[in-house]
Write a protein that binds this ligand. Structure first.
Ligand SMILES: Cc1ncc(COP(=O)(O)O)c(C=O)c1O
Length: 474
């Protein structure tokens, strides 16, 4: 394959993708292959001699599709979505074609300056103060890891970077139990250690209790520890929990702690003014992460990290060997100094295309539709005595349990989720909330319609009735 063949093969890829989307709704959402089935179809060793693109492309068509779980399927209601709008797909094709690395301003000024501008657009779309700057990370996990390293070093006056953290008193980080596992992962990998991730009590609304936070910090200080930061949850993964941002930030600031807010999922909804009450006080945060790749049509990977003082994170994760110095060029941003990886993909292009192709109006409508349809579906479960809605959120997520009389509801709820996913018309995930098994339903895909969402109830009923006939009773 030569560069001169790019046009032909891009057309083939485009045609295949167009067809893929035209039939996507007819496929089972969850891939039905068995473990090892795809690998068994692949050659055991790399080819010594070049193969033709015709052969490679044919193999792609024969082998790969059956092993795909269709994340863009209109009835993908599992996890949180990874949403790819058509405009974003085109922009990714261009970014792939260009193959640039935006590690420094001079390694592609367009990559850096478009990223700066897209962060600036996002800040406005979210109505955050104009002091917030930031960058595009690949994932929320990496943004959170950067934030935890930053709180660690800020707490140690940046001495941990050179001396290591062993010789200092124990560091403490505070986060709610409703947070995503990426928070614990970041605390583990930062060397702080998950035993030092402190979890304050919860209020009945699942928010961290600000008073419990204050008592914990005071006790830790009294014991000679160094509290360094608080991680707040704005839309938890299992139950969509929201910390009371304003009240908890107030407590964190009493002790000069660094505050990172994980709004990976719910942050997208903040382009709609009516949802902003959910993160009241957000302007007091030091770092905020939002994943447009979950709910704004800008495909994986695209995670925006907004920073009140980027220089604090740069001081932590930035490093400048001679070969990366850009002396003599003024007023520029070298984004690799603000994060862990040196190499940086051209992610801003898909934001630019998506925001322009649909406008904030179009994206707000997408979010509002998903919320409205999920609420409508939730009400059907509320009205049905065989179900209990045990998780209800202000956004497009709820969780229910199957509670038919005479059955173990944990067991039968779990069995129900498996049966539905094996059928393939919809894809749902289960999790544990407050010790009980629940099935989560969330909508976020670009192609999803009201009918797709409402169909969940009919399918759940169909399999629920079947299970009652076959499942062992108490
Ligand atoms: C609330 C929340 N935070 C963080 C993450 C991790 O996101 P990422 O895959 O971008 O690391 C998720 C993933 O679903 C999430 O729901």
């Amino acid at each position: 394959m030569e560069y001169k063949d790019l046009e032909y093969w891009s057309q083939q890829a485009g045609q295949w993708t167009q067809e893929y989307y035209s039939k996507i709704g007819q496929q089972p959402v969850l891939s039905q292959v068995k473990p090892g089935e795809i690998k068994a179809k692949l050659h055991d060793s790399p080819p010594e001699n070049p193969e033709s693109m015709e052969t490679i492309f044919e193999d792609f068509k024969k082998i790969i599709p059956s092993g795909l779980t269709h994340w863009q399927h209109p009835r993908f209601f599992a996890y949180f979505n990874g949403n790819a709008s058509p405009a974003s797909i085109v922009a990714e094709q261009l970014a792939n074609g260009i193959g640039a690395n935006g590690m420094l301003w001079q390694t592609s000024p367009s990559v850096t300056e478009l990223e700066e501008q897209m962060v600036h657009w996002f800040r406005q779309a979210l109505d955050l103060p104009n002091t917030f700057l930031g960058l595009i990370q690949d994932t929320a996990t990496i943004a959170t890891f950067n934030a935890v390293l930053t709180m660690r070093e800020r707490g140690l006056n940046w001495m941990g970077l050179t001396k290591g953290i062993n010789q200092f008193p124990t560091l403490k980080v505070y986060a709610s139990s409703e947070n995503h596992s990426s928070i614990e992962k970041a605390v583990r990998l930062s060397g702080i250690g998950s035993d030092n991730l402190r979890v304050p009590d919860k209020l009945p609304n699942r928010s961290m209790d600000p008073n419990s936070l204050r008592s914990m910090i005071l006790a830790d200080l009294q014991n000679g520890n160094i509290p360094v930061g608080v991680i707040l949850c704005c839309g938890g993964t299992a139950a969509g929990a929201f910390d009371q941002i304003e009240d908890t930030i107030k407590v964190a600031k009493e002790f000069d702690l660094y505050v990172h807010v994980d709004a990976a999922w719910a942050g997208s909804a903040m382009i709609c003014p009516e949802f902003r009450y959910l993160w009241k006080g957000i302007e007091g945060a030091d770092s905020i992460v939002i994943n447009p790749h979950k709910w704004l049509g800008i495909q994986l990977d695209c995670s925006i990290q907004l920073l009140a003082k980027p220089e604090v994170q740069a001081r932590t994760v930035g490093i400048q060997p001679d070969y990366l110095k850009t002396d003599g060029i003024e007023n520029i941003t070298n984004f690799s100094e603000l994060t862990i990886a040196l190499g940086r993909r051209f992610r801003s292009l898909k934001i630019w295309f998506t925001l322009r192709a649909y406008g904030l109006k179009g994206l707000r409508q997408l979010i509002r539709d998903h919320v409205t349809w999920i609420k409508e579906l939730e009400q059907k479960f509320v009205n049905d005595p065989e179900f209990e809605v045990s998780v209800s959120t202000p956004l497009a997520l709820f969780g229910f349990r199957f509670i038919p009389e005479g059955f173990d509801s944990n067991q039968i709820t779990n069995a129900l989720c498996h049966a539905i996913n094996a059928d393939g018309r919809v894809y749902l995930t289960h999790t544990t909330v407050d010790g009980s098994e629940i099935i989560r339903v969330t909508a976020g895909t670009y192609l999803t319609t009201r009918n797709d969402v409402l169909m969940v109830y009919d399918i759940v009923k169909e399999f629920g009735n079947r299970l009652k006939l076959t499942h062992p009773e108490h």
